[in-house]
Design a protein around this ligand. Structure first.
Ligand SMILES: [Mg+2]
Length: 303
């Protein structure tokens, strides 16, 4: 089936064609405790799997997150090498998923919105699928753009073919590099670097593509064939919002009602969308976009 048949262009009386949603702390609240547990798992991973001194994990997490977007991206930049699937399994596998509950209110709201809807997360596909499933939202989205989409192992490049709706690539992405192969002497001392009075020199680059890099967001837009000027981007991260705004996206900061520079809207909760952005329901779009169960499975699981 042709892509354009599956996702017909909307009437241009509507301001948007697509709603692009971050996952964690956007489609469910920060109060779930998953983010906090994830941070602790990241620190445990560093100590148990990479031999990082426990007293350094706080600083390391902060610096890597700040400079590279995700801890994974930062660890790779400073010289650690590890299997991405095992890393994701460690940091997400023990999350308190039991704190998440089905969200029928959000589900009904999403299904009533007659636009293309996509998830765009730095997390891996296992976590994304599991989380959406628990929330009861697995069939509310056309596809998921996740870690494996932007960082494919078995593909030389991510397809930007508009007929390619398999946003999630291989189901068996194994990093071919060896595990924990870098010796301590090969690791860039980022804590020492920033402890200098005037840190100089360039930081090592990461091979990982993730938000908030503009390259990552642009790549996601290309993969999903999105016009940034007709896409509304939902995020709990201010820096991701601001990166999206630089690329022309309209933006909704989720998790606070305090608007910041770069945010067109700010919502305490995604549930406040109806009151905050009523225009979304006021267009004269006649046809709803309906995702069948089969399609949702194909777009999110098939390699
Ligand atoms: Mg988030």
């Amino acid at each position: 089936m042709e892509y354009k048949d599956l996702f017909p262009q909307k009437s241009h009386t509507s301001k948007y064609d697509c709603l692009l949603f971050d996952l964690d702390d956007t489609l469910y609240p920060l109060s779930s405790g998953l983010a906090k547990a994830c941070l602790q798992n990241l620190k445990d991973y560093m100590v148990e799997k990479l031999g990082v001194e426990p007293r350094k994990t706080d600083d390391l997490c902060n610096l890597l997150y700040k400079n590279y977007g995700t801890t994974l991206a930062g660890l790779r930049a400073i010289g650690y090498d590890f299997d991405y699937d095992k890393y994701h399994s460690f940091v997400h596998g023990r999350l308190p998923y039991e704190n998440l509950k089905p969200d029928p209110v959000l589900r009904n709201m999403l299904l009533s919105l007659p636009y293309r809807k996509l998830v765009f997360t730095n997390a891996d596909k296992v976590h994304a699928l599991k989380t959406l499933s628990i929330l009861g939202l697995e069939d509310c989205f056309e596809g998921i753009i996740c870690f494996e989409t932007l960082n494919p192992i078995h593909k030389s490049s991510v397809s930007d073919d508009e007929d390619d709706i398999e946003f999630v690539v291989s189901t068996s992405t194994t990093n071919p590099t060896t595990s924990n192969s870098a010796s301590t002497s090969q690791i860039f001392d980022i804590i020492g670097h920033f402890a200098q009075p005037n840190p100089s020199g360039n930081l090592p680059k990461t091979p990982i593509i993730c938000k908030p890099s503009e390259h990552a967001i642009q790549l996601a837009l290309n993969i999903a064939n999105l016009n940034p000027h007709r896409t509304l981007f939902f995020e709990d991260s201010v820096r991701n919002i601001q990166a999206g705004k630089r690329l022309g996206l309209d933006t909704v900061l989720v998790g606070t009602s305090q608007r910041v520079t770069g945010a067109d809207y700010a919502l305490e909760s995604i549930h406040n969308l109806t009151e905050a952005v009523p225009d979304l329901w006021e267009s004269d779009i006649k046809s709803e976009v309906v995702y069948t169960e089969t399609l949702a499975v194909e777009t999110t699981v098939t390699a």
